[in-house]
Each structure stands twice: as structure tokens, then as C-alpha cells.
Design a protein around this ligand. Structure first.
Ligand SMILES: Cc1ncc(COP(=O)(O)O)c(C=O)c1O
Length: 395
């Protein structure tokens, strides 16, 4: 088998496509180099590492892994997904403009609206599924088009290739938040995207234990500029968390396969439930952008959302469901039930949230590794209770 034939599942464990072990000791796990500084043998020429903010061998192993998985030229590890995203935005300067998905993650929304505007970097939110609107939003000073697909929490699908084309026609860079898909399901660099960003807190680490962010650039020049900003800004990922993330990435294939299978079953179950008004999951045939998603990715992932009639029924459902944790975040081994209105999108004003379909009845599920039949039985029981409670107060 030539190296080009190596599957991504194999690369998760052996990023270069051959047995991955420490050349000096044979250890199958990367050593954790807990060292802030590095002795220099020569007075005149320094070695590859001098100070761990600028570079560390454990972090390097993680950065090389994510670069290989995304098929990019350079990977960089940050202290959080938001650190990766905000450092990438530092590629811009005062007077520049960003076109950005209107249903972007709440923290990105906050950074763009409350921090970048203060630095005179302007933005236009746009429905990225509407390519005409994307073209119309581009201005003479637009430098970046920022996508998130599937988007959060309604899993709207953006046609990545077409947006890249619009960006190229207008000399803009494209950034994408690939958190929901991971490189295993979606490889935006192959579709022409310039910078891929991750909240590695989610599926990549997979165990709801660390906060981490990753960025991968398509070309080296952009990689060097971002590495300069990573070092200048200083929000690097600590080495112990780098180690934990490398370990998490190794099991991503098995985890994502099982969680995605469960998500499809749960989406189909919810779709047929009479209390559920809408289900948002790219794996469902009727989902907006289903065909585009199938074309540009290898699966629908493990996150879905659904709409219940109102806040009261939603509250009753959440209070009676037993297996999922009710929490922010996603991508863990445990199923996580979230309420976007007060959790991921709390940073968004009510009016903006409702415009984006994030109503009081919307819940998001990140499906974990529990047996799917147990989850469905749990949901069935909680929905039945929620329904009966609703009726009992009406009477
Ligand atoms: C899609 C998406 N992007 C970015 C972030 C921010 O990542 P972090 O919490 O690791 O800073 C999140 C966090 O929930 C997210 O869901």
C-alpha cells in the first residue's frame, strides 16, 4: 500500500501511515515534555526548541497530527477553540471586513460583534445557504468569509466549494469551523478552504475532559503568519492537554462511527414522534442541504437538534430524561443534552436568536456511546411524561 492510500482511521493512530512510536525509546505514546525552556548546545545556533510558548515537542506532535489529518501544511494548537478562532481573526487589520454565517457559534458571534468591531474590523452576518446573499455581502474591504457547516444548532449546510469560489473571485480568505464534523467526516482544505478551525474540546478529544483548540492552514505562508500570531498572542495548549488530545484523537474513528449511527436512529425516532415539531439532522433526507452535505462530507455526525412546542414542554422533557447529562458542550462519550437559548447561544440577543430559529422549544443532542436503545427508551418515557404534564395543566 502506498502512503497515499492510507485511510484516515489509520492516520488517527499513525499520522505518517507507519507505526507511530518514539524513535529513542520505542514508547508507543508521545513523551510529555514538561519543560518551559530548552538548553542550547551551541552559542551561535539554537536547536529546534528554545521556549515552550514558541514550540514544544509534545505540542509539535499534536500539531503535526492535525495538519496531516486535515491535509494542510501547518497545524497549531491553542488553549481553546475560541483562542484558535480569535487568533485566526488577528490575521485581519483595522478597516477590514468579514462575511460570516449568521448562525455561527455564540462565542464566535460575541468575539466578532464585541471585540473585532472595537478594533474597527467590521462584519456582515449572512445566511450562507443563500449564495446570492453571500456574493452581495462581499465588500471591497472583505478579507475573510467565515463558514460553519453544519451550523450550530440548526445544522444548516453551506456549500463549501461554492463559497470558496466566491471568496477566490473576490480575493478573500476562507475560514471554516469544522468542530462538528472533524477531519474524519469533512476535509475542507481539499475543497479549497484556507484555514480550518476546531474546538478540539469536542469530538477530537472526545471525553469532556479538556478545553482545546486547533487550527490548520492550507498553505505554508499562512501557517507561518498564524504561528507568529500564536507565539505573539501566547494562547498555546499546555503539554499535558496536548497529550490528552493526542490520545483522544486515536479513538475518534470508533467513537464517531458509533455516535453517528446512534444519532441517525434517534433523529428518525424523533421525526416520527407527534410531540416533536421539527428535527434538524443532515443525515435525514428532508434536511435542508442534505445532498450538498453528502457530497462534501463522509457522514452526518453525532449532533442533532429538535423542536418541541414550547418552553414548558421542553422543561418537563429535560427534567424527566435520565441518561443524558444536561450541559453545554458536545462531542463527549456521554450523550449531552443542551438548551441553546441559555447555553451555546446565551451570548446572542433574544431577537437575533429567534431570527435564527433558536426558539424556547429547541434542544440539541450530542449523541454519545451509550446503547442507542437505552437512549430512545429514555426519550420516549420523558416525552410521554412531558406530554401528560402539558395536558394536565390545560385541563
Ligand atoms: C462549533 C463551535 N466552535 C467553537 C467553539 C468554541 O470552542 P471552545 O469552547 O473550545 O473555546 C464551540 C464551543 O462550544 C463550538 O461548539
Amino acid at each position: 500500500m502506498s502512503r497515499r492510500d492510507i485511510n484516515l482511521e489509520t492516520k488517527l493512530i499513525h499520522p505518517s501511515g507507519v507505526a507511530n512510536y518514539n524513535q529513542e525509546t520505542g514508547a508507543v505514546n508521545v513523551p510529555v515534555y514538561l519543560s518551559s525552556t530548552f538548553h542550547q548546545e551551541s552559542f551561535d545556533t539554537f536547536g529546534p526548541y528554545d521556549y515552550s510558548r514558541s514550540g514544544n515537542p509534545t505540542r509539535q506532535a499534536l500539531e503535526d497530527t492535525i495538519a496531516k489529518l486535515e491535509g494542510g501544511s501547518r497545524g497549531l494548537a491553542f488553549s481553546s477553540g475560541m483562542a484558535a478562532i480569535s487568533t485566526a481573526f488577528m490575521l485581519l487589520s483595522a478597516g477590514d471586513h468579514i462575511v460570516i454565517s449568521e448562525d455561527v457559534y455564540g462565542g464566535t458571534y460575541r468575539f466578532v460583534t464585541e471585540v473585532l468591531t472595537r478594533l474597527h474590523i467590521d462584519h456582515t452576518f449572512v445566511d450562507m445557504t443563500d449564495l446570492k446573499a453571500v456574493t452581495q455581502s462581499v465588500q471591497a474591504n472583505t478579507k475573510v468569509i467565515f463558514m460553519e457547516t453544519p451550523s450550530n444548532p440548526c445544522l444548516k449546510i453551506t456549500d463549501i466549494k461554492r463559497v470558496v469560489q466566491i471568496a477566490k473571485e473576490n480575493n478573500c480568505l476562507t475560514f471554516i469551523d469544522n468542530t462538528f464534523m472533524t477531519p474524519l467526516l469533512q476535509r475542507p482544505i481539499e475543497l479549497g478552504v484556507d484555514v480550518v478551525l476546531h474546538s478540539a474540546t469536542k469530538f477530537l478529544s472526545g471525553h469532556s475532559d479538556i478545553i482545546a483548540g486547533l487550527a490548520v492552514t492550507k498553505n505554508e505562508e499562512l501557517g507561518n503568519r498564524l504561528a507568529f500570531l500564536q507565539n505573539s498572542f501566547g494562547s498555546i495548549l499546555g503539554v499535558q492537554d496536548c497529550f490528552t488530545l493526542i490520545q483522544g484523537i486515536k479513538t475518534l474513528g470508533a467513537r464517531l462511527r458509533q455516535s453517528s449511527d446512534g444519532a441517525l436512529k434517534i433523529a428518525n425516532y424523533l421525526k416520527d414522534h407527534d410531540l416533536v415539531e421539527e428535527v434538524f439532522y443532515p443525515g435525514l433526507e428532508g434536511h435542508q442541504g442534505h445532498d450538498i452535505h453528502l457530497e462534501q462530507s463522509k457522514g452526518a455526525g453525532a449532533v442533532l437538534s429538535f423542536r418541541l412546542p414550547d418552553r414548558k414542554i421542553t422543561k418537563a422533557f429535560v427534567e424527566h430524561v435520565k441518561i443524558p447529562v444536561f450541559a453545554v458542550s458536545l462531542g463527549g462519550v456521554e450523550t449531552i443534552l443542551s438548551y441553546p437559548t441559555t447555553m451555546s447561544h446565551a451570548a446572542m440577543p433574544d431577537e437575533e436568536r429567534e431570527k435564527r430559529g433558536i426558539t424556547d422549544g429547541l434542544l440539541r443532542i450530542s449523541v454519545g456511546l451509550e446503547h442507542v436503545e437505552d437512549l430512545i427508551a429514555d426519550f420516549e418515557s420523558a416525552l410521554t411524561t412531558a406530554k401528560s404534564k402539558d395536558k394536565s395543566t390545560i385541563v
